[in-house]
Design a protein around this ligand. Structure first.
Ligand code: ADP
Ligand code: MG
Length: 239
C-alpha cells in the first residue's frame, strides 16, 4: 500500500499522575492523505490537543506508531523530530503564541531562524507573507498593538514561514469574535485550495462544516470519521 502523508497506528498516550496512569488517547489509528482538509471535533478534555501535538511531533505516543511521509518517528532523536517538524508542519494556536517583545515580521520570521535561513531572506519572506494576509501595514507592530484577528493572521503567516505543507490549527477561532473567526477560516480555506493539508480542531459545528472530513473524538477514541458528503454529518453541521 502507498504511504499516507500521516499515518497513526494503534496510538495511545498516557500520563502518570499521583492517582496512577491516565490514558488520554486510546488506540487511535488514522490515515491522512496530502491535500485533505480535516476537522477534529469533540468535547473539552477528549484528547484533541493531545492528538494534534502527536501529529505535529510536539509530543510522542506512549504506544503505537506514527509515520510522516512513510518515515517512522519512534526511533527519531529529538533533533530529527525537530527537523521533521520544521520541514513539514505549521502550527496555529488558539492564543496565537506570539512573542510580545518581537514585531509582527520578527514573529513570522522566527521559525526560519531555527531553520538556518539568512536574515535578509527571512525578513523579505516574512513581510511578503504578512502582505498576503492583509497585514502589509502592520509589519512593525508588536502583538499588543494588533487585534486578536490580526494576531491570529500573524500566526498563520508564521505557520507558513518554512513552507507549512501541513497546517495544524488547534481551535484557531476559539478566542476570536465572529467576523475575525470568519476571516481566519477564509485564510485556512485559501491555504487548502493552494494545496496545503489543513487539520483543524474546533468544537464549533459551523466551523467543522468547512472541512471535507470530520473526525470525532470522545474520551480519547475516534468515535466517527466521515466525509462531509455523509448526510448524517451534513445535518449535524447545519445546526
Ligand atoms: P482537548 O484538547 O480535547 O480539550 P486535551 O488533549 O488537552 O483535550 O486533554 C485530554 C486529557 O488529557 C485531559 O483530561 C487533560 O486533563 C489530560 N492531560 C493533558 N495534558 C496532560 C498532562 N501534561 N498531564 C496530565 N494530563 C494531561
Ligand atoms: Mg485542546
Amino acid at each position: 500500500m502507498v504511504d499516507a502523508l500521516l499515518e497513526l497506528h494503534g496510538v495511545s498516550r498516557a500520563y502518570r499522575s499521583a492517582a496512577g496512569e491516565v490514558v488520554v488517547l486510546k488506540d487511535v489509528s488514522l490515515r491522512i492523505e496530502a491535500g485533505e482538509f480535516i476537522a477534529i471535533i469533540g468535547p473539552s478534555g477528549s484528547g484533541k490537543s493531545t492528538l494534534m501535538n502527536i501529529l505535529g511531533c510536539l509530543d510522542r505516543p506512549t504506544e503505537g506508531s506514527y509515520r510522516v511521509h512513510g518515515a517512522a518517528t519512534e526511533q527519531m532523536s529529538p533533533d530529527e523530530l525537530a527537523h521533521l517538524r520544521r520541514e513539514h508542519f505549521g502550527f496555529i494556536f488558539q492564543r496565537y503564541n506570539l512573542m510580545e517583545n518581537l514585531s509582527a515580521t520578527e514573529n513570522v520570521a522566527l521559525p526560519a531562524v531555527y531553520a538556518g535561513v539568512e536574515a535578509d531572506a527571512r525578513t523579505t519572506r516574512a513581510r511578503l507573507l504578512l502582505e498576503t494576509l492583509g497585514l502589509g501595514e502592520r509589519t512593525t507592530n508588536r502583538p499588543s498593538q494588533l487585534s486578536g484577528g490580526q494576531q491570529q493572521r500573524v500566526s498563520i503567516a508564521r505557520s507558513l514561514m518554512n513552507g507549512g505543507a501541513i497546517v495544524l490549527a488547534d481551535e484557531p477561532t476559539g478566542a476570536l469574535d465572529h467576523a475575525s473567526g470568519r476571516q481566519v477560516m477564509a485564510e485556512l480555506k485559501r491555504l487548502h485550495a493552494q494545496g496545503h493539508t489543513v487539520i483543524l480542531v474546533t468544537h464549533d459545528a459551523a466551523i467543522a462544516a468547512h472541512a471535507s472530513r470530520v473526525i470525532e473524538i470522545a474520551d480519547g477514541q475516534v468515535v466517527s470519521d466521515r466525509g462531509m458528503d455523509d448526510p448524517a454529518v451534513a445535518r449535524s453541521a447545519a445546526v
